[in-house]
Write a protein that binds this ligand. Structure first.
Ligand code: 13P
Length: 247
């Protein structure tokens, strides 16, 4: 039985002091959650957020990392930095990074491997554009992202990681994928993992849905057989996240 995982992706929101205040608001609201609860926060918020959630059921994650260990990469954050600051998770390959910062599947693959090597749990994102959905190539596209993203990753490590299916057209738009659409793709991702690895690995990997998850739709989405929780943007910045974490 897979444990659900509900993660907030704060994106580029919350200054350090705002971040601490948000933690104080959310801590009691997520305290009763039966899921793993994760706050993925801007790099500069990690240290104060780790401090603010100490002793609670909340884990902290980064929103990105760089695949080199250290050195002359101005502005980048290493896996060791995330770990030493107290992160357990890291989002990799979010569609905003793929789009605005030109991250390819090959870069995503390098980052996933670095996160695993260092002991961080990657939340690897995939998702199709509206155009791709309308062209009928959603499942082909997602399978390609999964196959390249996981190249060279061992089954045992895949089993412990998290994959987030986030249709780009559903992110920040208020247009959520229907429960059937979300389940179809999450099921196809699990099938793809079974083909590359084995059924046990597919049964173990946790697959989230993300894209306009809110307090009203979370319970139905998370009740689907292949949806093991959510990656939540806008609604993770307010009290609604408490409802979602308990859905
Ligand atoms: P929204 O929940 O704001 O649509 O964002 C989803 C997302 O991108 C989470 O990573």
């Amino acid at each position: 039985m897979r444990k659900k995982i509900v993660a907030g992706n704060w994106k580029m929101n919350m200054t350090p002091s705002q971040a601490v205040a948000l933690c104080e608001t959310l801590k009691p609201l997520v305290a009763g959650s039966e899921a793993d609860v994760v706050f993925c926060v801007p790099a500069i918020d990690i240290v104060p957020v780790v401090e603010a959630v100490k002793g609670t059921n909340i884990e902290v994650g980064g929103e990105n990392l760089y695949f080199e260990d250290k050195g002359a990469y101005t502005g980048e954050i290493s896996a060791d930095m995330l770990l030493d600051a107290g992160c357990k998770y890291v989002i990799i390959g979010h569609s905003e990074r793929r789009d605005y910062f030109k991250e390819t599947d090959e870069i995503v693959n390098k980052k996933v491997k670095k996160a695993i090597e260092k002991g961080l749990t990657p939340i690897m994102c995939c998702g199709e554009s509206l155009e791709q959905r309308e062209q009928g190539i959603t499942l082909d596209w997602i399978r390609m992202q999964i196959k390249i993203g996981l190249q060279g990753v061992d089954a045992a490590d895949v089993a412990k990681m998290v994959i987030a299916y986030e249709p780009i057209w559903a992110i920040g738009t208020g247009v959520t994928a229907t429960t059937e659409q979300a389940q179809e793709v999450c099921g196809a991702i699990r099938q793809c993992i079974a083909e590359i690895y084995c059924q046990d690995t597919a049964d173990a990997v946790r697959i989230q849905y993300g894209g306009s998850v809110n307090a009203g739709n979370a319970a139905e989405l998370f009740s689907q057989p292949d949806i093991d929780g959510g990656l939540v943007g806008g609604a993770s910045l307010k009290a609604d996240f408490g409802v979602i974490a308990n859905a």
